[in-house]
Design a protein around this ligand. Structure first.
Ligand SMILES: *Cc1c(COP(=O)(O)O)cnc(C)c1O
Length: 392
């Protein structure tokens, strides 16, 4: 071996410099790894990926991902959390970990649409059956529970039509039946109500929405309070290989401290715009759980003071749906696109007839999600679009 300059091929990889310990900053470091290095063979053999006592492989956790898991668990009022690549993957993880051939799952008719698609296609293909229930009809829900019902999904408020169910009663009935209760808590975001105090077993979130808040990250979480249930989910998570990237985790960690502020601001703007819509003659119903007269408003009021900045309006069925589409096209500040809770306000027209077993409304529906623009400008945008589309 030469005493001179070391060969860069080796020296750049096995470099002796170590930065000093003790670097303290508000933000967590971005630790990226597939390989995690063990100090010895004994340490490698003793590896334990099931707890946060150490590190085994990037897929199972890094200081960055452990930190986000712990913070999401705290946000949700849970004890353990798993991160997955999207909100939809969080739903899929729960289904795959808990359901086996012959089992039955109950899903609310107003659930996030892809949850139903997963049941109709993948779950059905594996011999797992499902039924859809009306989240506002407790008697029908109780009747829909079957001996094989292993899992019950809840969502509050539901997607697009925003009905807020009687969570307490649904959870009581499902638990009395012995089913595991999973809530898609994307709307509540850990802010509007406390899912574990209500008795859910699992709370999932699309971190894509409020926790990210930037419209630039896809991620999901699955949170529990029961260690055994957590381990069941974690085994499936490990076997499916559903890891998340450290840069995305860092983006969510960076946004998390402002979540309560953003939730409150978008709630204020959402209610102001929803109230404006409730005074427009073209609209027969504003679907915002905090507005009196909205379906499930009394259940929202019994549980929450806050709401997500998200609501839908149902136009008079005598209006041509093409004209409602033209209204959406005429919006300037509201952009046309999916997801919500980011900085840009969004509008999406939906066709209820294709989405619900028994749609309660026949008119065209538009869902609005509030970004951070000035609400007066957003109201003016809706006004000009009503004019330009001939609806005013
Ligand atoms: C957006 C959303 C999801 C899915 O989240 P992605 O990260 O986009 O997959 C799941 N549930 C609800 C209620 C949502 O709004």
């Amino acid at each position: 071996m030469s005493e001179e300059k070391p060969d860069p091929a080796t020296a750049l990889i096995h470099h002796p410099y170590r930065p000093p310990d003790g670097f303290v900053a508000p933000q967590v470091g971005v630790h990226k790894a597939s390989t995690v290095i063990f100090p010895s063979v004994a340490a490698l053999r003793a590896r334990n990926w099931k707890s946060k006592a150490g590190y085994t492989y990037g897929l199972h956790g890094t200081p960055t991902s452990f930190t986000l898991e712990e913070r999401i668990a705290t946000l949700e009022g849970g004890l353990q959390s798993l991160l997955v690549p999207s909100g939809l993957a969080a739903i899929a993880l729960v289904d795959m970990a808990l359901l086996k051939t012959g089992d039955h799952v109950l899903i609310p008719d107003n659930v996030y649409g892809p949850n139903k698609e997963l049941a109709r296609h993948e779950l059905a293909g594996w011999g797992i059956t499902h039924d859809l229930y009306d989240p506002l009809d407790l008697a029908a829900f109780e009747q829909a529970l079957r001996p094989g019902t292993k899992l019950v999904w809840l969502e509050a408020a539901g997607s697009v039509t925003m009905e807020f169910p009687d969570l307490r009663e649904l959870i009581r009935l499902a638990r009395a039946h012995g089913a595991t209760v999973a809530l898609d808590n994307t709307w509540g975001a850990g802010i509007a109500f406390d899912p574990f105090a209500l008795g859910v077993d699992i709370s999932t979130q699309a971190l894509t929405k409020y926790p990210s808040g930037g419209g630039d990250v896809l991620m999901g979480s699955v949170t529990t309070r029961d260690e055994l249930l957590h381990l069941t989910l974690k085994f499936t998570h490990m076997r499916m290989g559903w890891g998340v990237g450290a840069n995305d985790v860092e983006a969510v960690l960076r946004s998390l401290p402002t979540l309560p502020l953003r939730y409150a601001a978008q709630d204020r703007a959402g209610r102001a715009l929803a109230q404006w819509w409730s005074r427009q003659p073209q609209v027969v119903q504003v679907l915002h759980p905090a507005l009196p007269g909205a379906p499930g408003h009394e259940h929202w009021r019994a549980l929450c003071t806050q709401a997500a900045g998200l609501f839908s309006v149902v136009f008079d069925e005598r209006l041509d749906p093409a004209q409602v589409d033209a209204f959406v096209d005429a919006l300037r500040l509201f952009k046309i696109g999916y997801s919500w809770a980011g900085p840009v306000s969004l509008a999406v027209p939906y066709q209820l007839a294709a989405m619900r077993r028994q749609p309660a409304w026949r008119g065209a529906l538009v869902r609005f999600s509030l970004g951070f623009e000035a609400v007066e400008d957003l109201i003016a945008d809706c006004e000009q679009a009503l004019q330009r589309s001939g609806l005013a």
